[in-house]
Design a binder for this molecule. Structure first.
Ligand code: FES
Length: 213
């Protein structure tokens, strides 16, 4: 499991997280790195989650268009948007001395609204269930070694709501995660490309079979 180390105000906090974890989503349900991580929209539009990667940058995905739009040349200084990162490897970061770009509001308006999200479930770990205001469009099962490893549902977000995430530990725990913490996409095609990227990443790490459902 990835180890996350956060430096804040001269102190160091660390914990292990599940593979494919987004730190802003976790903080949104009051799990580590809460309360040590600063964040806002969860959508790549406010840059409040900007952080400096101290180590592990080489294992992170290439910056997406939201990070490029929000951070520009600051990407070269090692800055990333935590809400746009799904972690598969150890990472060490800080937000000390890192401030959001002054032009955040203008960029936010230019970015416009996104309308699609990906609901991810991993059997035995957690499942994400559609609720009112969330309309499933497509579903993809990720199967490896004859076993269902994950299900990805691309869903249209008609309104801000709270997504039901059931932690399948014993006893099960139900969390209601504000939809604003989910990564958003402007189209089904964009969401599908993100799904394929996640599957390719899983395949690259040794899980080879994937099928659409
Ligand atoms: S929380 Fe707003 S851009 Fe990351």
């Amino acid at each position: 499991m990835p180890k996350v180390i956060i430096h804040k105000d001269g102190q160091v906090f660390q914990d292990e997280v599940q593979d494919n974890t987004n730190l802003v989503v976790r903080a949104g349900i009051r799990k580590f790195p809460y309360p040590y991580l600063r964040y806002g929209c969860g959508m790549g539009k406010c840059a409040k989650c900007t952080c400096r990667i101290i180590s592990g940058a080489e294992n992170l995905p290439e910056p997406n268009w939201k990070e490029k739009k929000m951070l520009g040349e600051r990407l070269a200084q090692g800055l990333r948007l935590a809400c746009q990162l799904w972690l598969h490897h150890d990472v060490e970061l800080t937000q000390d001395g890192v401030s959001p770009p002054a032009s955040t509001q203008a960029v936010l308006q230019a970015a416009g609204d996104s309308m699609y999200v990906i609901l991810t479930s991993k059997p035995g770990q957690f499942r994400t269930e559609p609720v009112d205001g969330v309309r499933p469009v497509e579903a993809y099962d990720y199967i490896a070694a004859g076993r269902l490893r994950a299900r990805f549902v691309i869903a249209e977000l008609a309104q801000e709501t709270k997504i039901k995430v059931v932690d399948e530990a014993l006893p099960p725990v139900v969390n209601h995660v504000p939809s604003k913490f989910l990564e958003r996409f402007d189209s089904v095609e964009e969401a599908r490309a993100a799904y394929l990227s996640r599957v390719a990443d899983l395949a690259a790490r040794g899980f080879l079979d994937a099928s659409a459902g």
